[in-house]
Design a binder for this molecule. Structure first.
Ligand SMILES: CC(=O)N[C@H](C=O)[C@@H](O)[C@H](O)[C@H](O)COP(=O)(O)O
Length: 232
């Protein structure tokens, strides 16, 4: 049975790229299980193989996507309708798609893609990068708007911090649930996004990428170690 996420809380994005230490469906499914045990209300996952295996491990809903770079297109989050259908067939409950108005590699517009998915009752999360895109996606009737791409399109706000302002602006004008996603590293930031009106917050790298988690600690202590060494 496919389910929407209607509670408030944390969704954990369990994704690893080829070449990363935890790449592979089994690692990602175990990661998702850990997140579920820790209280995640949903999992965000990339690719049919990971989603199919995860589905056997966890009960909470899965937001599925297929990240794929096709030729010179800038659209890489579930870039084609076929990608969306494959991820749905693998068991995802909600499909995350690029929610920008950029040309898609299959020649469809965002509106046509949304229309097709809605026709067959597939719940959609639109990954947007700015307010205008959020408003447009809401008008098209998607089920969630997520701030995933803020900072990842050349025309959106560029920051190393989460775009909580975008969450606040969208949540004050649209009725569709707004999801805060991208660059959330502290509980304080998550609480601020919830206060700003996010229904839930998606956290990825801060929980599921051990190399980045370690690197952040290593960087944080490097000046301390340097000054200790200088004193010796
Ligand atoms: C921009 C893009 O391609 N974002 C991807 C979307 O699925 C993932 O790489 C991110 O990990 C996810 O959005 C969570 O974000 P963060 O890892 O910053 O918590």
């Amino acid at each position: 049975m496919r389910r929407l996420i209607s509670e408030r809380g944390i969704v954990v994005s369990c994704q690893a790229y080829m070449g990363e230490p935890l790449y592979g469906p089994h690692y990602m499914a175990e990661m998702a299980k850990g997140a579920e045990l820790g209280g995640a209300i949903g999992i965000r996952a990339n690719g049919a193989a990971d989603i199919f295996v995860m589905k056997q491990f966890i009960q909470v809903p899965i937001i599925g996507l297929n990240k794929r770079k096709i030729e010179d297109s800038d659209v890489y989050i579930t870039p084609t309708l076929e990608d969306a259908l494959a991820v749905y067939a693998a068991g995802a409950d909600i499909i995350a798609i690029d929610g920008t108005n950029r040309i898609r590699p299959d020649g469809r517009t965002l509106a046509q893609t949304v229309q097709e998915l809605k026709r067959i009752n597939i719940p959609i999360m639109a990954d947007i990068s700015n307010e205008e895109e959020g408003l447009f996606a809401a008008e098209l009737g998607v089920d969630y708007i997520s701030t995933t791409l803020s900072g990842y399109t050349p025309y959106s706000s560029q920051s190393s911090k989460p775009d909580i302002e975008l969450v606040a602006r969208l949540a004050s004008v649209v009725r569709v649930p707004v999801v805060a996603e991208g660059k959330y590293f502290t509980a304080e930031e998550v609480n601020r996004a919830l206060e700003a009106g996010a229904q839930f917050v998606v956290i990825g790298s801060a929980i599921t990428r051990p190399q980045y988690i370690t690197e952040r600690f290593v960087q944080a202590i490097s000046s301390q170690i340097k000054s200790d060494n200088e004193r010796l």
